[in-house]
Design a binder for this molecule. Structure first.
Ligand code: PEP
Ligand code: MG
Length: 756
């Protein structure tokens, strides 16, 4: 059964379109369960009717015609109850209903399983047999597994607009609202842009064209370009690859030259399809043929063919794109938007980000916040390619994306954007005011930085310095480790811009969700693996280069603080601090004398919470990385959209951990700050202030809002709030408490502590 399942999944992935995928599923499932009938019914957009969408065994003309209410028939019952039903005498069941168009009177045994995707009902998968014998346990298990796989296929197809017309749904070009996770707050309006390299063959929708000649010549050109690229590559690799591996290039080139592939694509274009879709269908058709072959070697060629197809597609799409300038207001859309893609877009054009993967605490969301760009993350079944060129509204408060919104909605968002601008303008007067409560308690508000582009904004915010400078981005956007000089120049830029204010440079924190393309770690579980300080301690040559660059950059400014990420043992912090001293003495020997920087550890791992006092005793300061701390305390991957609703920095466990670290620092007389995203949540600020933290470090766009709250709520009131919050047992109770406080002071509206 498992083998069948694999085969079905493979063929479905290779299917030219959704209808074909459904036909493959019903045929294969009928075969595997030896059923006389296998059918798929899908829930219509009104959520009240099911429609027969594919069948093996029933009258094929009934497809698309048979439509039943959820309260009708056994199929309706399966959907209604969201439970499987397995009967040997279906026609005796009180809910049995006979649909004459299907010709199903002879079938006695019935097994129906619901198709459910992330709690939402999509349809029913049914098998039937003439004989009166129940389907056995293995068959039921198979069908349930198949339905779970099918759910993903259907959800994807629906998001791509492939169900349009089939189920009376709105067509792909109509207005659409997508939900995800709020990644960076604010509202942005712009044109969707998908980088050609991001587009997969499967996500290509059908489009009709009239200029078939133009389309055919564009296809021929793309083919020739890919051919030229590949033969150039083959030449360059001739001496570097063993002959057996090098043969692959010949295979690729033969595929490109093969008449049958290009002729089929051209035939399809002549029928009026645009080239990318014609290519998609042809590659799927050929790949299926390879996959059906007995010979292992030939079967493997299916994936080569898809690879060739992807290359031609990228060429086709980018040739089309090159002719067009980038949109003035560009919303970057992608399956998994990366830091590299983000920084490639000219900052003056980038207005928003929409990503199918990731969540509010992914580094890409953090980068978007740093740039002040609204972002929506974790949009399941994002119709990536379908959003290219469409008018998008990115609602970074609620995690929604409106596609081609109606004018009324558009006006509403414009109003929100205006209010937001007004608030920002009003708050800008606070930049020069102290971050001090009405009863005279001050706290330092620092900024988090990581890109040179952020420095100006950060300086305008009136911050007290940099509480966290993430150094990894220049490492991620290069194709090798940057050298000492190169790094020193980067660090000097930040140290100089903020001097005499302190700048906390964090040592390299790669691994986890920040892999280096030129230094792969191959961790099965990267967040629990070779990450942050663990990696740099294992590579003193990399670490010392960075430390030397940081120290050299500080000469003349003397405002450098150093901080280590991902500390989970005391020895790590000690070793790292010793390496700082080693770097200083090496430099001194070379005649470069540097001031002793203040050195601190990030508290990001539960172990460090329990050893915070020991760390504080040995170091100059602690900084709580609440993004990772929440991830590790709650055992919720900060990047995984599926569990994003469980990630919550207002979880009582997170609050208690932060408060204990603050107390540990106080006992040792060492300052403690927070530099994770919670530091930039205005509604949480009173709680953090009352814990006795020395500073909060956040994206510069959040700083004045946090200051606004601090200047409004007294320390005495904040202390009261904190003691109540520490008694709460659920995140919802904490959230209600802080939001009520915001409302009492008229600060509600734009700064309530929302869900991510
Ligand atoms: C954190 O984990 O809270 C933090 C500030 O570090 P990063 O987000 O870069 O992992
Ligand atoms: Mg971290």
């Amino acid at each position: 059964m498992l083998e069948t399942l694999h085969r079905v999944v493979q063929s479905v992935n290779a299917a030219g379109d959704f209808r074909e995928a459904l036909d493959i599923i019903v045929d294969e499932v009928a075969g595997a369960t030896q059923a006389d009938v296998c059918s798929v019914y899908l829930l219509e957009t009104d959520a009240a009717h099911l429609r027969l969408m594919a069948t093996y065994g029933l009258n094929p003309e009934a497809v698309g015609q048979v439509r039943l209410d959820l309260s009708e028939g056994l199929v309706g019952l399966v959907a209604e109850r969201e439970e499987s039903i397995n009967l040997d005498d279906a026609d005796q069941h009180p809910r049995f209903r006979y649909f004459p168009e299907t010709g199903e009177e002879h079938f006695h045994s019935f097994l129906g399983v619901p198709i459910i995707h992330y709690q939402s009902r999509l349809g029913v998968l049914v098998v039937q047999r003439q004989a009166r014998d129940r389907f056995n346990d293995a068959e039921v298990a198979f069908l349930v597994t198949m339905a779970a796989q099918l759910a993903g296929v259907i959800a994807h197809a629906r998001a791509q607009g492939e169900l349009a017309g089939l189920e009376g749904a709105a067509d792909a070009a109509a207005a659409l609202a997508l939900s995800g996770i709020a990644g960076s707050s604010g509202v942005a309006m712009g044109e969707g842009y998908v980088s050609p390299a991001q587009i997969s063959l499967r996500s290509i929708p059908d489009r009709r064209i009239t200029d078939t000649e133009g389309e055919i010549s564009a296809f021929r050109e793309a083919l020739a370009d890919v051919r030229a690229d590949l033969s150039g590559l083959a030449e360059r690799m001739r001496d570097q690859l063993p002959p057996s591996e090098h043969l692959l290039f010949d295979v690729y080139l033969q595929m490109l030259d093969g008449e049958s592939l290009s002729q089929r694509v051209i035939d399809r274009i002549s029928e009026g399809h645009w080239a990318p879709f014609a290519l998609r269908q042809t590659v799927a058709e050929h790949a299926r043929r390879f996959e059906a072959m007995e010979d292992d070697y030939l079967r493997e060629r299916a994936s080569d063919l898809r690879d060739v197809g992807r290359r031609v597609l990228a060429q086709l799409l980018s040739a089309g794109e090159q002719a067009k300038p980038l949109p003035e207001k560009l919303v970057l859309v992608g399956e998994e938007v990366s830091a590299t893609q983000l920084v490639e877009i000219p900052p003056e054009r980038l207005v928003g980000v929409v990503s199918a993967g990731g969540s509010a605490n992914s580094h890409i969301a953090i980068l978007a916040r740093a740039l002040g760009v609204p972002a929506v993350m974790g949009v399941r079944d994002l119709p990536v390619h379908g959003l290219h060129g469409r008018a998008l509204i990115v609602d970074g408060y609620r995690g929604r994306v409106e596609v081609d919104a109606a004018p009324g909605l558009q006006a509403e968002y414009e109003r929100l954007q205006r209010e937001e601008d007004e608030l920002t303008a009003e708050l800008s007067a606070l930049a020069t005011e102290p971050a001090c409560t009405p009863d005279g308690h001050g706290i330092h508000l620092y900024v988090n930085t990581g890109l040179a582009a952020e420095i100006e904004r950060a300086l305008e915010s009136g911050c007290a310095g940099v509480g966290l400078h993430r150094t990894e981005f220049p490492f991620m956007t290069r194709d090798r480790f940057p050298g000492e000089e190169e790094q020193a120049a980067l660090y000097r830029e930040v140290l100089a811009a903020f001097a005499p204010l302190p700048v906390t440079l964090r040592t390299l924190d790669v691994g986890g969700d920040k892999p280096l393309p030129y230094f792969p770690t191959h961790d099965e579980n990267p967040f629990l693996g070779w990450r942050g300080l663990r990696m740099t301690l294992d590579h003193p040559e990399i670490f010392l280069t960075q430390l030397r660059a940081m120290l050299r950059a500080s000469v003349g400014y003397d405002n450098l603080q150093l901080m280590f990420p991902m500390v989970s043992r005391i020895e790590e912090a000690e070793q790292a601090a010793a390496l700082v001293e080693r770097a200083r003495s090496e430099l001194a020997e070379e005649g470069i004398s540097t001031a002793k920087p203040r050195v601190g550890a990030m508290i990001e791992v539960p172990a460090a919470v329990y050893q915070a006092e020991s760390l504080a005793r040995r170091l100059d300061f602690l900084s709580i990385g609440s993004n990772d701390l929440a991830q590790y305390l709650l055992a919720v991957d900060r990047n995984n959209a599926r569990v994003a609703s469980l990630y919550d920095e207002l979880h009582p466990a997170v609050l208690r951990a932060v408060s204990e670290v603050a107390a540990a620092g106080e006992r040792q007389g060492k300052p403690v700050s927070v530099c994770g995203s919670m530091a930039g949540e205005p509604a949480i600020a009173p709680l953090l202030l009352a814990m006795g933290l020395e500073g909060l470090s956040m994206s510069s766009g959040r700083l004045l809002r946090v200051k606004w709250v601090i200047r409004t709520i007294s320390l005495a009131e904040s202390r009261g709030l904190l003691s109540q919050a520490l008694e709460c047992e659920t995140p919802a109770q904490v959230r209600a408490l802080v939001n009520a406080a915001m409302d009492r002071h008229g600060l509600g509206g734009l700064i309530r502590a929302g869900r991510h």
